[in-house]
Design a protein around this ligand. Sequence first.
Ligand SMILES: *Cc1c(COP(=O)(O)O)cnc(C)c1O
Length: 425
Amino acid sequence: MQGIPIGDVVAEHGSPAFVYDGDALVGQYRGLRESLPEAVDVYYSLKANPNIALFALLEREGAGAEVSSLTELRTALRAGTDPGRIIFLGPGKSRAELEACCEAGVRAVVVESLDELARLDGISRELGVRQPVMLRINPDFQVKRSGLSMGGKARQFGIDQDQVLGARSVLADLRAVRVIGVHAYMGTRILDADTVVDNTERILRLAEEIAERTGIGLDVVDIGGGLGVPYFPKESELDLAALSEGVGAAVERFVDRHPGTRLILESGRYLVAECGVYVLGVRYVKESFGERFAVADGGTNHHMAAVGIGSIVKRNFPIGLIGRKSGEAEVPWHLTGPLCTPADELGKNVDLPADLGPGDLVGVYRSGAYGPTASPVHFLSHGYPAEVLIHNGQIHLIRMRDTPEEMLRRQLLPDFGRSEPTDQS
Ligand SMILES: *Cc1c(COP(=O)(O)O)cnc(C)c1O
């Protein structure tokens, strides 16, 4: 990666580890940025990978932050983001989170229910601030081709389109918060540019209708995102040129009518997935019932997504041998981890060299998004792996591996005393 052998990274920081290519990350951001009209701001969804160093690189490129917890908010602030480039969303925000938003002065709190809107209005009034909010809409329509649909039916996310359209008087009664626009997020893992364009058009139309019917302003319209990356055979890259053309035209028509409105596109997976590789060390190889197993030092505890996102049939992420060339033919291997469950299988029948053995390094590619943060890292108390960033030809440790001492420090052992063992014989 950037001329640095992954083996050197592992020699320094051990395995398993997530290794990120900072140049690739920045390149991916720039590619997206350049495909979008000037009126659209790109906000990074920290949910996809909350590492502060990765976000800091994006932030310096101009990305805003879309955060959903107090720690994500603090991460964005500590990385140096202007609060005016942070939005906070999520269906179950705590009072502490809402207060922190008001105190920091984030660009907008995206409210997900009328109940929450009333709560935030109260908090905002108590704190004496005019907190800007966006209304997250649960539209009547669904995305046709996304990995996971987030709207268009009964959902904990957002406020149903009809309820918002009928909320004119509720909105007029707000005392402290200022409704500055609307938000809609329809689904994730979208690989079809037409779907994104279609979505954007519908969201922009809906935003206009809501503004007309309720009288709210449209300083900001968040068109969601959910741009995907291909992981599996037969999936193909999002056509950025088609996206650029279609979204560009839709936004241009909208901005002609609403010259002051800024748009937001949220993106997590698309920005970080490709820049990360999950690096595993093979510990043992064995055969069972005639099939080959490579047992590695990490598994689904750090990379649940590799088990096959939302699919019943197991599909493998791109997986390959790292650090040496093998002259041997490739044969099918099961790549498993350290967990005591048969589900701990990162790859099934993965083609790897026949002479794979202990000490070899294997990489699971396109692993920068929804890795350890979205996995059961505490299962069997293995903890979080190391995270390493390669940037400008330098190796940076950006998250220390959890240690048993640190993990045990969170557990409390009451003083139960110690009775004499009784003789059971
Ligand atoms: C998860 C999420 C995102 C990020 O989704 P990606 O598919 O990773 O880009 C953005 N916005 C909202 C509201 C989300 O829930």
